[in-house]
Write a protein that binds this ligand. Structure first.
Ligand code: SF4
Length: 289
């Protein structure tokens, strides 16, 4: 009787130890996280600013199978402007945890620059158009903006750290080439439209005033001016717009925008253009008198 009690005690002790050891190993290798962890969205640093949005998403695909292929970012901004907006991107479907960089279009810059962001809510949604599964993450506007602007981990690091699939940078679904109003001449067909806006007939219409009927009135020339000082106020969302317009003056880093040392200040019109293009209006300048 006594020996069977001892044997039972030893067996219970062994089972408890085994369970504890397994739990420890599970924790050690992240299996606990993958089995019992909640779906987790991590905002990452895109390789370039502007429209790009980088994120990593981990979920237990064996517990909640899905083929995720859409990301949407929604702004609920009842006290600001715009009061609502949404940007969406479709990507190659993913069956397991993944990370990617998506081109959300210019709407992302407008969303980040919305007025009244401090009282807004942002929802990031990952969904599947095939099986209807959808994961939603809500956060306050300032937190979303901070995560977008201050995230330091790259997609590549996230993939390496979490042993995920190889990174894929997705392109915008439709790439519309920029074409002029006048189409290229079809090879072998000589006919062209003889109008003032066709460059082939520019010489023919040169010098014709508005009385000529076909030529458009010349735009009134705006005098250029020099700038005394140009600076960036806090709030830059590193969209790159200013650098794209005037790279000799503006340098966009991963965190903010800087004025290059010794930047030329004699082209006020170009600086003005960059300031007007800034979605969060943080470029300020004073005209030289
Ligand atoms: S200063 Fe304005 S335009 Fe330039 S990167 Fe920052 S937000 Fe964009």
């Amino acid at each position: 009787m006594t020996s069977s009690l001892i044997a039972m005690g030893v067996a219970i002790f062994a089972v408890v130890n085994l369970v504890l050891a397994l739990a420890g190993l599970s924790l050690l290798f992240g299996a606990f996280e993958s089995l019992f962890g909640k779906p987790r969205l991590t905002l990452l640093r895109p390789s370039k600013g502007g429209n790009m949005f980088a994120f990593g998403f981990k979920w237990n695909s064996s517990k909640e199978p899905a083929q995720l292929d859409h990301i949407k970012i929604r702004l609920f901004n009842p006290f600001g402007s715009p009061t609502q907006s949404e940007v969406c991107h479709k990507f190659e479907s993913k069956r397991n945890s993944f990370a990617l960089e998506a081109d959300m279009g210019p709407g992302l810059i407008e969303l980040l620059g919305a007025q009244g962001m401090d009282k807004a809510m942002v929802q990031v949604e990952l969904s599947s158009s095939r099986d209807g599964v959808c994961f939603q993450f809500d956060m306050k506007g300032p937190k979303f903006k901070k995560l977008v602007m201050e995230s330091s981990d790259s997609v590549e690091n996230f993939i390496k750290k979490n042993k995920l699939d190889v990174v894929k940078v997705s392109k915008p679904p439709i790439d519309i080439p920029i074409r002029s109003f006048i189409a290229d001449t079809v090879p072998g067909k000589g006919a062209q439209l003889a109008i003032a806006t066709n460059p082939a007939f520019a010489a023919q219409f040169a010098g014709m005033g508005s009385g000529g009927g076909a030529a458009a009135p010349a735009a009134e020339a705006v005098a250029n001016y020099a700038v005394l000082k140009v600076w960036i106020e806090p709030g830059c969302i590193v969209c790159n717009a200013c650098e794209d317009i005037y790279k000799e003056v503006f340098e966009v880093t991963s965190e903010t925008c800087l004025i290059r040392p010794g930047a030329p200040l004699d082209n006020g019109l170009k600086i003005q253009e960059a300031a007007e293009a800034c979605p969060v209006e943080v470029i300020k300048y004073t005209k030289a008198s």
